[in-house]
Write a protein that binds this ligand. Structure first.
Ligand SMILES: *Cc1c(COP(=O)(O)O)cnc(C)c1O
Length: 401
């Protein structure tokens, strides 16, 4: 017996799956999914309980292993990413923890872009370094550096595209081919685009990693994560680690993310369009030195980004103001609509000064090397009226010009 699926036509398309994929309704016939806040599940008799505990029958047993709300979220996200399987985790970082614990052992080697999310670098280098998994960090855009870093022990490539805040894009297909030739797997952190814009598996990636905290929830409510991968890999590599380590997604957070996925497509497209409009306007502003957004023709990997990201640049952009930290702070502080916070993927636009927040733990030299100056501002564009957002930024920028 397997746990039944939502009753949908086999040829249902992506936007239908985003709204409808999951589990059948309970006997009560609810239209919107119920919330299954239960730590364990009841079995009809001892014989059935024994079969379920022996994995001879698929059923919900204990919410550290699985839960209907988590399964609904996993099935919906897998459908969007085009993978056969998915496993939810308590956060995006917990997804990377599960990835490495599930696939690697002491002596194995990881190649990772040096421009990925800061905590990803600290987890791989700092925490996994302690347990004998070595990592080499290479250029986001120069495939030759990835090739040169390959060792016989290389088991995993890890990429994030586009990156935050510089929006550098890597070539997923080129990295997948290189990884596979080396007998390694490619994982792509798809947080910045979400499957509404980019499905890394289409370009050869083996595993897609998510922070559900960003666009998947999309309304800034919960912390969550997931790995999308072939069902066979989920069952053999990740489920056993989840059962014994317990980086489990809470049913409530899974319910929030599953409902968020229903509106993912429309939100991300609308937010991406607003971001491009703002990026173009910023490029023409006299107080702005440079704008980073893959949708701009001036972006160094514009063409690759358009191919990989369904013709969209995404909803995160950054820009350098003329001047330094003082001028950047003045623009941030002049806003009245944008939230001063360190997140993105929210319906509310969020403005950040990376050098003093998300990248504040780097030394000035590391920040310079990463291309993140004191004059840089990042914007996670939300769903407010784009003219109001423009006015919000113009208040500070016009005063500098
Ligand atoms: C936020 C983020 C993460 C980590 O996700 P959490 O849910 O905060 O643990 C990983 N990668 C990227 C690109 C992110 O933006």
């Amino acid at each position: 017996m397997t746990i039944p699926r939502a009753n949908l036509p086999a040829d249902a398309r992506l936007e239908t799956l985003a709204v409808r994929e999951g589990l059948p309704a309970s006997p009560w016939g609810e239209n919107s999914e119920g919330l299954f806040l239960t730590s364990c599940f009841v079995h009809p008799d001892a014989e059935t309980a024994a079969r379920r505990f022996a994995n001879e029958e698929d059923a919900f047993v204990y919410s550290r292993f699985s839960n209907p709300n988590v399964t609904i979220m996993e099935r919906r996200l897998a459908a969007l990413e085009g993978t056969t399987g998915c496993i939810g985790t308590s956060s995006g970082m917990a997804a990377i923890l599960l990835l490495v614990m599930g696939l690697l052992k002491a002596g194995d080697h990881v190649i990772c872009s040096q421009s990925v999310f800061g905590s990803t670098i600290r987890l791989l280098q700092g925490e996994f370094g302690k347990f004998g998994v070595e990592s080499t960090f290479v250029s986001q855009t120069d495939v030759a550096q990835w090739k040169a870093a390959i060792r016989p022990q290389t088991k995993l490539f890890f990429a994030e595209t586009p990156t935050n805040p510089l929006t550098e894009v890597c070539d997923i297909r080129a990295l997948a081919d290189l990884a596979h030739d080396a007998g390694a797997l490619l994982t792509v952190d798809n947080c910045l685009c979400s499957p509404a814009l980019q499905q890394p598996v289409k370009f050869g990636a083996d595993i897609v990693m998510h922070s559900g905290t960003k666009f998947l929830d999309g309304q800034g409510r919960v912390v969550a994560g997931a790995l999308c991968a072939p069902q066979e890999m989920v069952d053999s590599k990740f489920v056993p680690v989840m059962r014994s380590c317990g980086m489990s997604l809470s049913p409530f957070n899974a319910w929030v993310v599953a409902k968020g996925l229903e509106t993912l497509m429309v939100r991300v497209l609308a937010q991406s369009d607003r971001a491009l409009e703002l990026a173009r306007w910023l490029e023409s502003h006299p107080a702005v030195q440079r704008v980073y957004h893959p949708g701009l023709a001036s972006h160094p990997q514009h063409e690759l980004a358009m191919r990989q990201q369904n013709g969209r640049g995404g909803a995160v952009l950054a820009f350098d103001v003329k001047g330094g930290r003082e001028q950047a702070f003045a623009v941030v502080d002049a806003t009245r609509i944008c939230s001063i916070a360190a997140n993105f993927g929210d319906t509310r636009s969020i403005i950040t000064h990376p050098a003093s927040t998300s990248h504040g733990r780097l030394t000035e030299a590391q920040r310079q090397a990463a291309g993140i100056g004191q004059n840089m501002i990042r914007l996670g564009v939300g769903l407010e009226d784009v003219l109001d957002l423009q006015t919000d930024l113009a208040r500070g920028l016009d005063a500098l010009a």
